[in-house]
Structures are given as C-alpha cells and as structure tokens.
Design a protein around this ligand. Structure first.
Ligand SMILES: O=c1ccn([C@@H]2O[C@H](COP(=O)(O)OP(=O)(O)O[C@H]3O[C@H](CO)[C@H](O)[C@H](O)[C@H]3O)[C@@H](O)[C@H]2O)c(=O)[nH]1
Length: 337
C-alpha cells in the first residue's frame, strides 16, 4: 500500500513511518511541523534506507492535499496530525476544535473525492473519560472531559457516520493508551516543545540533568501506592498496531474502534523505578498536589485488537525505558542538534 501519513514527522508518526516502510509499504508524509522537526523524517529515511516524500503544511489545506493526491497514488491514510495537549485545549478550545476537526474533515473529503476510502484514525483512551471500571473494553461508555478529548470523540463520531452513509469506506479508530519508548536505533524519539506535559519525557529530562526533579501529581489516589496508574505501551508496538490495522482494513467495510494498550497498569512510582533501572541513576522526585482533571486508574482490555488485528504488545516497560534513555543520551536536545 502507498499510505498518506499525516503528522508523520511527530513522535508517533515517525515510528509508524518506520514500521510501514519496514513492512514494505510506501509512505507520503504531510506535517505542518507545529510540534515536530523536518530532521525527524530524515532520520526515518536513515533507519529504513527508503525515501519519504513529504509536504510541509496543514491537513486542513485542501490545495495541499489535492497536490499530494495529484502527485502520488494513495491507497489509504493514517491520520495522526492534531493538537494534543490537554491543558492547552482547555485554555484554547476553539483552536483545538478548528484544528483537529478541520483537518479530519478536509482529509476525508479529499480522500472521498479521489476514491481512497481506507483510513486509520489516531484516537485516544481519553474518549473513555473517567472510566467506571478497568480494564476498559471498547464497549465502555464514552465521554470527554476536556476539548482535546472531545475532538477525538467527535472525530470518531464523524467517521462512524461516514462509514454508515458511504459503505465502501473502511475505517479503524485506534484508541491509544500511554505510548512511551523510542526506536531502538536511538535515532528517533519524543522531542516535546518546552516543558513536557507527559510523565516519560519529563522523567527522561530529569535523568539527563535538564530538569531538577519529577513532580509526582498526587499520592492519595485509591491505588496500591497512591499514585496514578496508566497503561504504558512501547511506541514501536503502537506503530505496529497501525500496520496491523491497515492490513486488516481490506477484510471489512464500515468502522471499528480498537484499544491499543498492554493491558497492564503501572503507577507513577513504578514508572520512575523502571527508568532508574534503565539509566542507572537516582531520579529525584517530589510529591505535589493532584493535577486537575487526572483520573486514578486507566488501563486497557486489548483483547479485541489481540483477536481481530492479530496484534499485541511485545516490548516491556523496561525495554521502553532503555530505549528512551538511549534516545535521550544520544540526542540531549532532541532533533534540535
Ligand atoms: O510530570 C508529571 C506528568 C504526569 N504525571 C502523572 O503520570 C501519569 C501519566 O500522565 P501523562 O501526562 O503522561 O499521561 P495521561 O494519562 O495524563 O494522558 C495521556 O493519556 C490520555 C488518555 O488517557 C490522553 O490521551 C492524553 O493526551 C495523554 O497525554 C498520571 O498519573 C499523571 O498524574 C506526574 O505525576 N508528573
């Protein structure tokens, strides 16, 4: 397949590009570089030895997408492009709705016009809101607790309606739990702008001496050690889930949603301990107040993806930590070097 990969210069997008290319597929990237670097795509080319045509621009730019379709045969798309910071989304909701929904609608309209009706959509476990029970299955109640989450939920709704109305569309939404890790080559990894929002890039920057200590957001949750529990999965496993989904699309019309998670919960303190094992250093931490909007426990029931996509996680959290440390040590300033 020749795959249009939106957001293909980002953390998750670059790892998907590598797995697609290594599986024999072609990749064309569209990315506006708002939270990513062109260097990341050059690294993908270095890892795979394959060229990656890329277009710098926005998915909501119809002319740009038309140019991509005019210049390449596109069989399917993986749509990762989007804004993703929960806190920022509560401060700038219109930006999030405009950006994330415009991009999805413009992409789907352009694909439809060109008869390319196979799509894998980057969704998120955030569509489950504050879950009533864990592990979370795909049939759990849906709800959004912030505008970012709402854009994922609405995105899924748009795609479900599209698949219902136009039955030759084949769509899979992948609900990511917490992707961590980096490519084992150490050439690509997460390179957040400014202060990291997420736990793992923050831990990595503390381990590297760029930040003083990890702030643990609350130790009074109803969990074994009181800190928040999440389902961390290696980004290479996550990326392979997209290859599995694309290859499954050929067998089924309509829209399906699958959880991509390990099925295991890990606390913040356990995550810090795993990283300490990987880097061989003590990681200073301080417990502070809960972060508003955080939930206590979130982990997946990934059995539908196991069964129907033939996908499961194969990397451990210790491997993910070792890979993050390799990436962080070799690229102390990310792709900015
Ligand atoms: O500096 C930090 C950062 C995080 N945490 C804690 O670490 C855990 C993981 O936090 P992340 O910010 O890494 O991840 P979240 O689970 O909060 O959020 C992620 O998963 C969500 C879905 O569940 C959304 O998709 C969201 O976009 C994505 O970042 C939470 O218990 C959080 O309280 C800290 O203690 N200190």
């Amino acid at each position: 397949m020749n795959v249009l990969l939106t957001g293909g210069a980002g953390y998750i997008g670059t790892h998907i590009a590598v797995e697609l290319l290594d599986s024999g597929h072609g990749v064309v990237v569209v990315d506006n570089l708002s939270n990513s670097r062109a260097e990341a795509i050059r690294r993908v080319e270095r890892i795979t030895g394959r060229p990656v045509p890329r277009y710098v621009g926005d998915c909501a730019d119809r002319e740009l997408l038309e140019r991509v379709f005019a210049e390449h045969r596109i069989d399917a798309a993986v749509h990762c492009a989007g804004l993703k910071a929960v806190g920022e989304s509560t401060e700038r909701p219109l930006l999030y709705y405009r950006n994330n929904l415009d991009a999805l609608l413009t992409l789907c309209e352009t694909m439809d016009a060109h008869g390319a009706r196979s799509l894998v959509f980057s969704s998120s476990a955030t569509v489950y809101g504050d879950p009533e029970q864990v592990p979370i299955g795909e049939d759990a109640p849906l709800g959004a607790t912030n505008p970012y989450g709402a854009t994922k939920l609405f995105g899924e709704r748009v795609l479900a309606d599209l698949a219902k109305a136009a039955p030759d569309w084949r769509i899979i939404a992948l609900r990511y739990f917490n992707p961590v890790g980096a490519h084992p080559s150490g050439l690509i990894g997460e390179d957040p702008n400014g202060v990291p929002n997420n736990l793992f890039p923050y831990i990595a920057q503390v381990a590297a001496g760029r930040r003083e200590k990890v702030l643990v957001y609350g130790d009074d949750y109803d969990t074994p050690d009181g800190t928040g529990v999440r389902d961390y999965l290696h980004v290479v496993d996550l990326a392979r889930g997209h290859v599995a989904a694309l290859e499954r699309l050929g067998d089924a019309y309509g829209m399906r949603a699958y959880n991509l998670g390990s099925g295991h919960g890990t606390s913040v303190l356990e995550a810090i301990a795993a990283f300490e094992r990987a880097c061989g250093r003590q990681i200073p931490r301080q417990v502070v107040a809960r972060r508003p909007g955080d939930i206590a426990v979130c982990y997946a029931d990934p059995s539908a993806a196991n069964r129907e996509l033939g996908w499961k996680t194969t990397h451990t959290l210790d491997e993910a930590c070792a890979d993050v440390w390799r990436w962080q040590s070799a690229n102390p300033n990310g792709f900015g070097d």
